[in-house]
Structures are given as structure tokens and as C-alpha cells.
Design a protein around this ligand. Structure first.
Ligand SMILES: NC(=O)c1ccc[n+]([C@@H]2O[C@H](COP(=O)([O-])OP(=O)(O)OC[C@H]3O[C@@H](n4cnc5c(N)ncnc54)[C@H](OP(=O)(O)O)[C@@H]3O)[C@@H](O)[C@H]2O)c1
Length: 308
């Protein structure tokens, strides 16, 4: 019997992994979503009938119960949990004590080189943990285009990304989930790391063209400086660590370091990863401008005379 614990289970990769495992309904496999708020998590599409446990990285008192009987963990480190020596390392120590046999850690492209990344420190720490691990280093997620960059595309017809003429090879989180599930079902008793890319690197002029063709209006690529990009995203109330990590990766792209593909996804799953044009087609509603004529008419506000 396998018992798989998924952290970050309501997020991009966690939820896709959970859905895939549930849809495949493997015999003798129990899947548990480790979440901060079970009632809130149940409202996510596809999670109503999941098995849950209460878990918070910043509440070590929740670790042991969550780890009871667990054989494998899908470790997704939320961006906001950056103090890994305080939260992730102790969690891994408890996992070792609890007899966990294998961990799939979702890291990020370039983590092995970028000491500044919290995922770099976590990857290194696995050398000290006595649990076989599989480290996945996915390229940037296509889903950033429906989250961080959605508003700029939908309302301003712009892709505002500090990547210059550089390319990125976006990957769909559903493909990351497919690799996770493949690895969970065939765990090996040693430490391995895989870099995961999408099917082809594209620059942002090409990506803006794909958007323009799909949406039937011109989407322009603008290339702000990294500082301007970070400042604007923070003004838009996006999460600091998420924005900083992405901007470092966009800088790497600008320097030509993300302009490559590999066939790891295909060698593990037997088929090609999803491509960006299909993703943009599938999620096109995310960037359609709302039709103002369909908006409910708001009652006119009367100006109140103020008495000073
Ligand atoms: N964005 C990219 O392009 C990209 C590419 C490659 C790798 N990555 C890596 O992917 C990871 C993030 O994964 P993601 O995008 O799937 O996550 P995500 O969508 O940002 O979701 C974060 C998840 O973590 C949970 N969470 C937040 N704080 C928590 C805490 N204190 N304790 C327990 N759970 C907590 C959230 O649960 P709630 O529902 O409770 O909020 C949510 O399920 C990062 O390590 C990042 O470096 C990102």
C-alpha cells in the first residue's frame, strides 16, 4: 500500500497532480492533500472528495500527524515559505523519522546554479537527508500567463516581461504533474534530478504573435527593465518572492540561458509535452476583454452634500 502526501495541494502543480492521481485511480494507492484550510480546499474544482490532512509548513506541530503512514511525498515549496532551514529542513527530518521512502521535490529551472533560490538550498539539503529523492526542475509554467501576466494581456494588450530578445520554453503544470505521477509509480532507490522543458523555446515577440492570432487583436511585447517590472508587479500586489524569482529567470532568459529544449518529458511519459499555442487556445477566455455591454448597470451614485 502506498500513501502519498502532496504539499501545496491547492496550487498549480499540486492540484494537477492530485487530479491526475484521482483520475487514474491506482489500486493500493492512497492520496492525501496536505492543506492549510480543509474547508477552503474542498471548494477547489476536483477536490470535493479528496482525502485531506491539516498541514502548515510554518506550524511544525502539524507535521507528525500529516506524515503518519506516508510512504511518498510530493514536496512543493510554496513561494512564501522561503526560510527553508526553519520549515522545510525540519519537515524533512520528521519525514525521515516517519519512515518515508521517497520524495519527489518540485524545484525550478536553474536552481542548482542560483544560490539565491530557496529551492537551491532545499536541493542541497537532500544530500543530508536519508530518503531517496527525485528532484524535478521545471522550466517556467505556462500558467504564469493566466496569473501574473493575465491582467496586462487582457486589459492592456501587452506582455510586459523583462526578457529582452531572450527565449523561454514554457511548460504546462499538467505536464509537470504527469512526470510526478510517473516517478511516484516507479520510484527508484537513489537520488536523481531531471530538468523539464516544454516542446520549444520561443521569444516573447513570437509569444505575443501567438496571442494576437488567437485573440484576434494585437498583443504587444514590451520589455521593461527588471526593476520596473518588479516595482509594477508589487504595486499590483503580487507576491514579492514569486515576482523576484520570475524576474531572475527572465533575466537569465535575456542572457540566452533559457533557450533550449530537452526530451526528458517524452522519455518519461512517451509523448510530447503540451505546446504554448494550444495552451493559449484552451485558456483564451482568460484574456478576452469583458464585454462592457454585458456588465450589469450599476445604480447611479448620488453625491451627498457634505457639511463641513
Ligand atoms: N511559477 C513558475 O513558473 C515555476 C516554475 C518552476 C517551478 N516553480 C516552483 O513551484 C513552486 C510553487 O508551486 P506552485 O506554483 O504549484 O504553487 P502555488 O500555485 O503558488 O500554490 C502554493 C501552494 O502552497 C500552499 N501554501 C502556501 N503557504 C503554505 C504554508 N505556510 N503551509 C502549507 N502550504 C502552504 C498554498 O495553499 P493555500 O491554498 O492554503 O494558499 C498552495 O497550495 C515554487 O517552489 C516555485 O519555485 C515555479
Amino acid at each position: 500500500m502506498e500513501k502519498i502526501l502532496i504539499t501545496g495541494a491547492t496550487g498549480n502543480v499540486g492540484l494537477s497532480t492530485l487530479k491526475l492521481l484521482e483520475s487514474r485511480n491506482y489500486p493500493d494507492v492512497e492520496v492525501v492533500a496536505a492543506v492549510r484550510d480543509i474547508e477552503r480546499a474542498k471548494k477547489n474544482e476536483g477536490m470535493a472528495n479528496c482525502q485531506f490532512c491539516h498541514f502548515e509548513f510554518d506550524e511544525p506541530a502539524t507535521y507528525d500527524k500529516a506524515l503518519e503512514g506516508v510512504t511518498q511525498i510530493v514536496l512543493i515549496r510554496p513561494n512564501q515559505v522561503s526560510d527553508v532551514s526553519r520549515y522545510i529542513f525540519p519537515f524533512l527530518a520528521r519525514a525521515e523519522k516517519a519512515g518515508v521512502k521517497h520524495i519527489v521535490f518540485v524545484s525550478i529551472v536553474g536552481a542548482e546554479r542560483n544560490r539565491i533560490f530557496a529551492n537551491h538550498r532545499t536541493e542541497n539539503h537532500f544530500k543530508k537527508v536519508n530518503i531517496p529523492s527525485t528532484i524535478l526542475r521545471p522550466s517556467l509554467y505556462m500558467q504564469n500567463l493566466t496569473s501574473l501576466h493575465r491582467h496586462d494581456i487582457q486589459y492592456n494588450d501587452k506582455m510586459i516581461i523583462p526578457a529582452g530578445q531572450g527565449c523561454v520554453n514554457y511548460i504546462d503544470v499538467r505536464d509537470v504533474a504527469e512526470v510526478i505521477v510517473a516517478v511516484l509509480m516507479n520510484p527508484v532507490n537513489e537520488n536523481r534530478a531531471y530538468e523539464l522543458t516544454g516542446p520549444e523555446p520561443l521569444d516573447f515577440y513570437q509569444i505575443a504573435k501567438l496571442f494576437s492570432e488567437e485573440l484576434g487583436r494585437e498583443i504587444k511585447y514590451t520589455r521593461p527593465s527588471t526593476i520596473r517590472f518588479v516595482r509594477q508587479k508589487l504595486l499590483d500586489k503580487k507576491q514579492l518572492l514569486y515576482v523576484v524569482t520570475l524576474s531572475l529567470l527572465y533575466s537569465a532568459a535575456r542572457g540566452g540561458k533559457m533557450n533550449y529544449s530537452n526530451d526528458v518529458f517524452k522519455s518519461i511519459t512517451g509523448h510530447d509535452p503540451r505546446n504554448l499555442a494550444d495552451f493559449i487556445h484552451e485558456y483564451r477566455e482568460s484574456w478576452i476583454k469583458p464585454d462592457s455591454s454585458l456588465e450589469p448597470v450599476k445604480p447611479r451614485r448620488r453625491l451627498r452634500r457634505r457639511h463641513l
